[in-house]
Write a protein that binds this ligand. Structure first.
Ligand SMILES: Cc1cc2nc3c(=O)[nH]c(=O)nc-3n(C[C@H](O)[C@H](O)[C@H](O)COP(=O)(O)OP(=O)(O)OC[C@H]3O[C@@H](n4cnc5c(N)ncnc54)[C@H](O)[C@@H]3O)c2cc1C
Length: 422
């Protein structure tokens, strides 16, 4: 079954690299990160080739929940504990800029992607989860950027239609969009400024040549001065540095048709929770409910979709019998510190990603930052602050990579289960 977002959305037709292409910058990966980087590079007048292994927006960017959220995947209190309050504040404001940047791009180019500000609820099921969320909300309030509200179980039930949560905070800044239309709309603008897109053109490696780089892409070659690796959860086989820092994990979604459109509130916010399964959901269109989550390792072996249906029925018993119209999955990129990163792997080779399931907004901002650093030949202070955060490799060597999903899954799960029991 195809993704809900693929229906009726055409991908631009392009060629593959078959000879030698010469550009200023090669951007590897045509998701939000790569497209945004290419957009800002092309806007500054650089010659850009976007090299995509499959089809544009067919990675996480065309498969996600379309929740365009403030903040970072990691709780801001923990970010402040690890990196200090000043860095936490800088990172928070970066995420606010990301929302503004997306709104601006959508406005300026009239991108038809149903961008709407519905607000976002971050909800907890157990006292431990609720206490963490309360602490985060109190922490964020110190910057007084806007009013967030604490919702008790009754308020959540009336706004969202489930009695499963003990509390959560509502942030009015949360937005939602059609992710595939946003990505492809921005891509079309980028191509209109002269960037070239090559699909079905996997990058296999690169080497220094004549002061620049020679990138092997599909059956051809791209010669350039700068390489941007925007491959997120799908890092190239020939990039061991990047591969050792990214753990790809599946996340799946189903779209269900609401037989009774009043079964969940029409103007509900987007929601995500802090359970082990990490469910996220929203309404879309007249009568569709999108429900996603990360199945537990044991359940993935039996298939993510039956498990998603069970989770849906637990949160929304009245939707238990609803017809599933679409089901699909994609990969999110987990990092060791659960934070996205921006790095200069070597002079002229940039890597960005590791959004840990929270990249719909941040990836556009990261794409901008990397393009800006290339155009001005130096990272701006925000990019420098990001680059100063060590992008740590997972502790196991190449041979142990197969074990990583199990190890990290177990650690993350243990943290969440501890919270669940508190
Ligand atoms: C099911 C799901 C639901 C999600 N829901 C949300 C949500 O609601 N809100 C939120 O904030 N985030 C969400 N996310 C995360 C968000 O989608 C990602 O953080 C974001 O899309 C990352 O964009 P990207 O451009 O960095 O990566 P991608 O969109 O994955 O793009 C990477 C691209 O690189 C290409 N590539 C890889 N290797 C090569 C190579 N060697 N040569 C050429 N190309 C290559 C891939 O084919 C791919 O197209 C979700 C993710 C998933 C999977």
């Amino acid at each position: 079954m195809e993704s809900y977002w693929s229906v009726g959305v055409e991908v631009p037709e392009t060629s593959i690299v078959s000879t030698t292409v010469r550009v200023d910058a090669a951007v590897v990966g045509a998701g939000f990160s790569g497209i945004a980087a290419a957009y800002y590079l092309a806007r500054a007048g650089l010659r850009v080739a976007i090299l995509e292994a499959g089809e544009a927006a067919d990675g996480a960017s065309g498969r996600n929940g379309g929740q365009v959220l403030p903040g970072w995947s990691e709780n801001m209190v923990r970010i402040a504990e690890h990196h200090g309050v000043e860095v936490a504040e800088a990172l928070w404001s970066l995420s606010e800029e990301a929302l503004g940047r997306i709104s601006e791009l959508v406005d300026v180019h009239r991108l038809e992607c149903d961008l709407v500000q519905v607000g976002h609820l971050e909800a907890g099921e157990t006292p431990g989860q609720v206490a963490e969320l309360e602490a985060e909300m109190r922490f964020l309030d110190r910057w007084r950027t806007r009013e967030r509200c604490w919702w008790d179980p009754r308020q959540i039930e009336s706004a969202v239609g489930t009695s499963a949560y003990q509390g959560g905070y509502f942030d009015p800044a949360g937005m939602a969009f059609h992710p595939r239309r946003y990505a492809l709309g921005l891509l079309r603008q980028t191509l209109a400024m002269g960037a070239q897109l090559y699909q079905n053109t996997p990058v296999r490696g690169w080497e220094r040549r004549n002061g620049g780089f020679r990138v092997t892409a599909g059956p051809g070659v791209v010669e350039c001065q700068e390489v941007v690796l925007a491959t997120n959860a799908y890092p190239p086989a020939d990039a061991p540095w990047l591969r050792s820092r990214i753990l790809p994990v599946s996340s799946a979604q189903i779209a269900v048709k609401l037989a009774n459109p009043q079964a969940v509130p029409a103007n509900m916010p987007t929601v995500s929770d802090t359970k082990a399964e990490l469910n996220y959901y929203r309404r879309v269109g007249k009568d569709t409910f999108l429900f996603g989550g990360r199945a537990l390792a044991s359940e993935f072996r039996r298939g993510a979709f039956p498990s998603l249906r069970r989770q849906l029925a637990m949160l929304f018993p009245n939707l238990a019998e609803s017809a599933v119209t679409h089901q699909w999955s994609g990969r999110i990129a987990i990092t060791r510190d659960l934070m996205p990163h921006l790095a200069r792997m070597q002079d002229g080779v940039w890597a960005l990603g590791g959004y840990t399931g929270h990249g719909a907004a941040l990836s556009t901002e990261f794409g901008f930052l990397v393009a800006d650093a290339i155009v001005h030949q130096r990272p701006d202070p925000r990019a420098e602050a990001l680059m100063a955060i060590d992008w740590q490799a997972f502790p196991l060597g190449r041979a142990g990579r197969g074990l990583l999903p199990v190890v990290v899954g177990a650690l993350d799960l243990r943290r969440r289960l501890t919270l669940r029991q508190r």
